[in-house]
Design a protein around this ligand. Sequence first.
Ligand code: SAM
Length: 274
Amino acid sequence: MSNNTNHSFSFDTIATIESPYQEKFAIPRQPNLVSAAKGKVILIGDANNAELIRGIEEFSHLWLLFVFHGTKDQGWKPLVRPPRLGGNVKTGVLATRSTFRPNPIGMSVVKLDRVTTDNKQTILHISGLDLLNGTPIVDIKPYIPYSDAIIHANGGFAQAKPESNITVNFNIQAQADLAKHATLHTKNQQAECDLALLIEQVLKQDPRPAYKQGKVDDKVYAMSLYNLNIQWQFTSLTNIVVLSVTIIPSEMTGSDLENKIPSNKPLNSKANIT
Ligand code: SAM
C-alpha cells in the first residue's frame, strides 16, 4: 500500500441556496425548527443537469452538505461554547455543530417539496432549512430513514428539540405592513411563502444571543428575511411583539446587509407597542 496519501481536497460547488435568511442573525440553529422557511437549491455548472437528480422525488428529505461560507474566514478553536448550554460551557468543537470547525462543512436534513426544470435550470424546492442565502452546496444525498434515523440515540446536550413558550403577536403597524408586503412578496418572489408564519416561527426560536435567553429585555431588535426588515421586541419573558415590516432598499444586499441593517444589535427601545 502506498504511503503517498493526499490529505488535501478541493471540491466544486454543485449548487447554491436561495434562502429567506439574508444574515446569520435569526437563522434557526438546526433545520426543521422553522417549517415555514422555504428555499431553493439551484444546481449549477455540470451539476445543472436533470439526470443527476433523476429519481430524487421518491425521497421526502435530503441531506445537504455545504460550506459555512459566511464564517469560514474567521478560523476555528478546539473549544467552543454551544448556545444550547447557555454560551458559558466550553465543549470540543467536534462534539458540537458549531460553524467554526477545522473544515467549515455543514450538514442539514431538509424537506424536498418538489423539483422543477425551467429553461434548463433545475431547482430543488425545499423547506425547513437553516442556511444563509447564497450558501454553496458541495453534495446532496437522499435521507434514508432506516439508517439515518436512530430512534434511541443519545443526543448529548441537544437530546430534545428546544421547546418554546414564546408567543408572537403583530401590532397594528406590523399587521398593516404585512398585508401590504405579503401581496407584493407573493407576486414577485415566493408564491408559497406564508410570511406571518415564517416570522412567528423564527421569533419563537428566540434569536437573541445565548446569554440573553430567559432574561427580561425591552430592546428593539431587527432581523431580515427576504428583502424585508422586521423589527420586534419582547414585552414580557414569553411574549414578542412585531413592530414593523419594511422593505430593505434593493441596493443593500448580501454582505452590505449585515453591515448596514442593525439586527442582532438592539435598536432604541422607544418604539410604540399596541
Ligand atoms: N445543520 C447544520 C449542521 O449541523 O452542520 C448547521 C448547524 S449551525 C449550528 C446553524 C447555524 O449556522 C445557523 O444558525 C446560522 O447562523 C449558521 N449558518 C447557516 N448557513 C451559514 C453559512 N453559509 N455560513 C456561515 N454560517 C451559516
